[in-house]
Design a protein around this ligand. Structure first.
Ligand SMILES: [Zn+2]
Length: 359
């Protein structure tokens, strides 16, 4: 009798325990659902209310792990993350392709592979320990310069070109990270937004390096003046950005104009370069590329500032088609146009060198 009542008691306790476990699980599940479900604009914490025309599909206060996982699910930042992540991989691929032209890298690859083309190994023999120097083989191929340059070897530095590629990768990756993780917390959100803008500043500054370096290669005073001015302007912009006050949504137009000013400061060296190189056969090609770049950036910035098309139909472009995604695509298009121009500048210098080199 005693035993049976003990057993009953135990069973009752077990049932109670099970019930409380179930309740806990349910609570946890509810908690999880509450935390990880997508929110509407009006449910957001104040610091995330950045674009009132995007009405839904927000992530807010998500832990890092869930934010990482959300890269493969649909919310209103998915396309923003992927546009610049794919852009990053595109520029990484371009960088790797061009690194194969660098003798040191060709040399290094030679240690690991049997399949290095023989001309890369031959090129590497010219290397006397000077990083990123390459001897041009284009000189003989360019009929316009055969008579003056056949006897000389023209060394063209590769680093300005790689600085631009690295700056672009940094910008695209920091932007992608910003869009993925800014839903985590107010602190991280503020930091990442500034980091994102710093990435854009780095991309603008590093974009100046190939054209200015190669155009004014034979006139180092101008090279130094223009490159140090834009670097200084970039530093000031970044310093400005890291002021908490100026990172708020209220200053969106101010930030956009700061970047536009930085980008348009390129007009002075561009006019200078056009005057100096007026008779160069490649002038129109580089001008066309650079104008395309400027146009892409301007149109992209207009989308960014005006928040078109979502302002016309709030809620319709929450997941796909919002202004920021269009802005991202224009940024990549602009960077690609500039890459094409940088390549022409580099090949031109490889072929022509400097007149004082040729004496
Ligand atoms: Zn962005």
């Amino acid at each position: 009798m005693k035993n049976t009542s003990k057993k009953k008691n135990k069973e009752h306790k077990n049932k109670k325990k099970k019930k409380s476990n179930n309740n806990n699980n349910n609570n946890n599940n509810m908690k999880h659902e509450k935390i990880y479900k997508l929110l509407r604009f009006e449910e957001l914490p104040e610091y995330m209310k950045e674009n009132e025309f995007i009405l839904d599909h927000y992530r807010a206060e998500w832990p890092i792990k869930q934010a990482v996982g959300s890269i493969f699910s649909w919310h209103n930042e998915t396309v923003n993350v992927w546009t610049h992540l794919l852009g990053f991989f595109l520029f990484l691929a371009l960088t790797l392709v061009h690194l194969r032209d660098v003798p040191q890298v060709a040399n290094l690859l030679d240690h690991f592979s049997w399949y290095i083309p023989s001309n890369a190994v031959e090129n590497s023999s010219y290397n006397q320990g000077k990083l990123f120097y390459v001897t041009s083989s284009l000189v003989q191929q360019n009929p316009m310069h055969t008579t003056t340059t056949t006897a000389t070897t023209t060394k063209t530095q590769r680093w300005p070109f790689f600085i631009f590629l690295t700056g672009s990768m940094f910008c695209l990756l920091s932007s992608s990270a910003c869009h993925l993780f800014s839903c985590h917390s107010r602190r991280l959100n503020l930091f990442l937004i500034r980091f994102d803008y710093a990435g854009i500043a780095v991309m603008i500054v590093t974009s100046f390096f190939p054209p200015i370096y190669y155009i004014f290669q034979c006139d180092t005073h101008w090279q130094l003046l223009y490159l140090s001015s834009i670097s200084l302007l970039g530093l000031l912009t970044v310093a400005n950005l890291f002021s908490p006050h100026l990172s708020t949504p209220k200053f969106r137009s101010y930030r956009a104009s700061l970047f536009a000013a930085m980008a348009f400061s390129g007009i002075i060296p561009a006019i200078h370069a056009a005057v100096v190189n007026w008779n160069e056969p490649k002038r129109n090609i580089t001008l066309a590329y650079e104008l395309a770049m400027a146009l892409f950036y301007v149109v992209g910035t207009l989308f960014y500032v005006s928040r078109v098309p979502e302002r016309w139909k709030p809620g319709l472009f929450d997941v796909v088609g919002q202004s920021h995604q269009i802005f991202h695509v224009f940024v990549i298009a602009g960077a690609l146009a500039h890459y094409a121009a940088a390549l022409v500048f580099l090949e031109y210098r490889d072929a022509v060198g400097c007149f004082h080199d040729q004496r």
